[in-house]
Design a binder for this molecule. Structure first.
Ligand code: MN
Length: 355
């Protein structure tokens, strides 16, 4: 029995359930390997069921192992309700973060006598520690991301639109084997660099501007995430100063990443450094987040996240300083928590690149 399914069975046992229904796409993909877009999994203490529709029956057979694959007469969710009834389940867990109120009401109506118990972050918690195959996928995603950064440096110059840069990055990553871009690529130049999530627009780059590039490749379902800030022409004193503060904060935080430390402590290392240097109010977001089958997973390097780091967690470290009408600097690496410290999966240079 694979460890992931074993962990699901433990949730069932520990909570006195007799079944667990999984409806979130990344969670069913994680537990079964199925990559289609429509499915429900049902786990009991003895069996695993995957319900999907006609379009995916053959694919589900090929991609999964150890699941009874069930073809619904009508909707996948109706088949789920029928199966819960025919198996005689009485106390069934479901993913409370993932179900709409209407679906919940519908389940209740169609299964009188079944107690539905909401779970949040149950499968997500299992996903926090990555196994060797998942780490290999993250490495590959990070390496495609690095290659794209190297490539795009030749393309960035005054007069080019942010959107053209984003398009080139996406095209290049896909040519190098990425399934897709991990999120809408952020290219934020000049004053727009003050927007922490400034998705590329048709603004043209100008000489003297800082440009924040934040992007990542997806490989085998796993998301990379990296940010670099470059400058068009020799940087002025403020640009240099703020870049150095962010870079130092980032390096110090990475040095703090190791098993046994709390996420909030890592956040504090960068936050304290930026605050002491006078820009605490300009670093308004968390230091980082976990990545995996989703771009933003838990835990997070944030002031109130006291999760203890474990080997196999994959986290971003991304401090930034943002100043309205001026711009901003963010530097982000993807790191893997190892047995004693961490390994930086993003390999691109972090020295200020002058284009
Ligand atoms: Mn990120």
């Amino acid at each position: 029995m694979n460890q992931k399914i074993e962990a699901v069975r433990k949730i069932i046992r520990d909570n006195q359930l007799d079944g667990l229904v999984v409806t979130k796409q990344q969670n069913w993909q994680y537990l079964s390997g199925f990559t289609g877009t429509n499915a429900v999994l049902i786990f009991t203490l003895s069996d695993n069921y995957l319900i999907t529709d006609f379009r995916y029956l053959e694919q589900a057979q090929l991609e999964t192992e150890g699941f009874h694959i069930i073809k619904p007469r009508t909707l996948v969710e109706d088949a789920m309700v029928d199966l819960v009834t025919s198996l005689g389940l009485t106390r069934v867990g479901f993913e409370g973060d993932n179900l709409t109120y209407s679906q919940y009401a519908d389940y209740n109506k169609k299964t009188s006598g079944v107690e539905w118990v909401s779970f949040t972050q149950a499968v997500e918690k299992i996903r926090q520690v990555k196994d060797d195959r998942e780490i290999a996928a993250l490495r590959k995603a990070a390496s495609i991301t690095d290659m794209a950064f190297d490539y795009i440096l030749n393309f960035i110059k005054p007069g080019v639109k942010e959107s053209e840069i984003a398009l080139e990055i996406e095209y290049y990553m896909k040519k190098k084997g990425a399934e897709k871009s991990a999120f809408d690529i952020i290219v934020a130049s000049g004053p727009r660099a003050a927007l922490p999530h400034g998705v590329a627009t048709d603004k043209e780059l100008s000489a003297g501007e800082l440009v924040i590039l934040d992007f990542g490749a997806v490989f085998a379902g796993f998301h990379a995430d990296m940010t670099r800030t470059v400058v068009l022409g020799e940087p002025d004193a403020d640009q240099k100063k703020i870049y150095d503060i962010v870079l130092n904060a980032q390096k110090r935080a990475i040095e703090a990443v190791k098993p046994g430390i709390r996420c909030s402590q890592v956040d504090l290392v960068a936050r304290d450094f930026i605050t002491v240097n006078g820009y605490g109010a300009n670093f308004g977001h968390g230091l980082g987040h976990s990545v995996g089958l989703e771009i933003h997973e838990k835990p997070a390097f944030a002031p109130r996240d006291d999760t203890v780091l474990q080997p196999g967690m994959a986290m971003t470290v991304e401090p930034g300083i943002y100043l309205s009408n001026w711009g901003g600097v963010r530097i982000e690496d993807l790191v893997l928590v190892t047995g004693s410290s961490c390994e930086i999966l993003s390999r691109s240079s972090k020295e200020l690149i002058v284009l």
